[in-house]
Design a protein around this ligand. Structure first.
Ligand code: MN
Length: 292
C-alpha cells in the first residue's frame, strides 16, 4: 500500500479528561431493514454538539444489511461514513457516485439537499463501520452539496510506540488528517493500540469529545471503557487532552471531538436545521421535488 505513514511527533497531555458517562447504544434498524446500533442518539445532540448521530454497524449476516439504504434525502449537515469492512455503493442526486471499500471514508455535505442511496455491493461477507453526522453552522446549512470519497491510501497514518492512528480529520501526532473543517474543527481518529500501549491526544477544553471502543478494552483516567461502549469525555478546565490506555488484549477505538456550534438544533428525520419553520420548508421542498 502507498499509505502516507509518519512516525509522529510525540505529544504530551499533562492531565487527561475524565469519563463523564458510559453509553450503551440502542439496537435499531434503518433504511430497508439494515440492523445497526445507534450510539449517539438524539437526546445526546446538545451534549455532543456539533455531532448529531453515530451509528455503528457490524455483522457477518447478509440479512442484516442486504436491503441497504434506498433513495432518501438529507439537508443541513454532513455525513461521514467510515468503512472497516465490506463494500457499499453510493449514488446521489448531485451526480456523484462512489464505492466505499474497507478502510475508506465518504464525506458528504448535504447542504441545501441531496437525495442519495447507500447500497451494499456484496451479497455475503462482513459489513462493518460507522456513520457519523456532523452539523453545519446556520450560515452553511443551505450551501451547495459536496462529496468526497477518501480512499484508504489517502488517510494519513501516524505512529507512536505501540500505537497506530488513522487520521481521518483534524490532526494527531503532528500529522494532518485527510479532512479539515473550519467551523466545527472536527477531530476523527481511528486509534489502534497494542496491549498495554498508551496514546495521548491534546484537545481544546471546549471541544465536545467521545471515544467508542470497537475492539478490546481501554481505560481513560482510571475508568475502564469496554468494547461497544461510548465514553463521553468531561469538559473541565485544566484537562488538556485525553490519554487512552489499552487493556491486556489491546484496543481499537474511534476518538471524535469538535468545536460546538451553540446554535438551536431542529431535527426531523434526515433534516437538521435551526428552526421548525426551516424543517417545514425542507419537508415541503422534498415533497415538491425542490430539495435536490
Ligand atoms: Mn443517508
Amino acid at each position: 500500500m502507498d499509505t502516507t505513514r509518519s512516525s509522529g511527533t510525540a505529544t504530551e497531555v499533562k492531565s487527561s479528561r475524565r469519563v463523564e458517562r458510559l453509553v450503551t447504544g440502542q439496537a435499531t434498524s434503518d433504511g430497508a431493514g439494515v440492523k445497526l446500533v445507534r450510539v449517539l442518539t438524539q437526546p445526546l445532540q446538545r451534549r455532543l454538539d456539533p455531532f448529531l448521530m453515530l451509528d455503528a454497524f457490524g455483522t457477518d449476516n447478509p440479512g442484516d444489511y442486504i436491503g441497504g439504504f434506498p433513495d432518501h434525502p438529507h439537508r443541513g449537515f454532513e455525513t461521514v461514513t467510515y468503512m472497516l469492512d465490506g463494500r457499499m455503493r453510493h449514488r446521489d442526486s448531485a451526480g456523484h457516485e462512489g464505492l466505499l471499500v474497507p478502510g475508506s471514508v465518504q464525506w458528504m455535505t448535504a447542504g441545501r439537499g441531496v437525495i442519495h442511496s447507500e447500497m451494499p455491493e456484496q451479497e455475503e461477507g462482513r459489513m462493518e463501520g460507522f456513520q457519523l453526522w456532523l452539523n453545519l453552522p446556520a450560515k452553511d446549512k443551505m450551501c451547495a452539496p459536496w462529496y468526497r470519497d477518501i480512499t484508504p491510501e489517502e488517510i494519513p497514518e501516524a505512529s507512536a510506540p505501540g500505537a497506530m492512528v488513522r487520521v481521518i480529520a483534524g490532526q494527531a501526532l503532528g500529522v494532518a488528517g485527510a479532512m479539515q473543517r473550519e467551523s466545527t474543527a472536527p477531530t476523527y481518529l481511528d486509534v489502534h493500540l497494542e496491549p498495554g500501549a498508551r496514546f495521548a491526544q491534546p484537545l481544546p477544553e471546549v471541544h465536545n469529545a467521545f471515544v467508542y471502543v470497537y475492539r478490546g478494552t481501554l481505560a481513560i483516567d482510571g475508568t475502564e471503557v469496554p468494547r461497544q461502549r461510548m465514553a463521553i469525555l468531561a469538559n473541565e478546565a485544566g484537562r488538556d487532552g485525553v490519554v487512552l490506555q489499552a487493556g491486556a488484549e489491546g484496543a481499537r477505538a474511534i476518538l471524535v471531538a469538535g468545536q460546538p456550534l451553540n446554535e438551536p438544533i431542529a431535527q426531523y428525520g434526515p433534516f437538521v436545521m435551526n428552526t421548525n419553520e426551516e424543517i417545514f420548508k425542507a419537508v415541503e421542498d422534498f415533497r415538491s421535488g425542490a430539495l435536490a
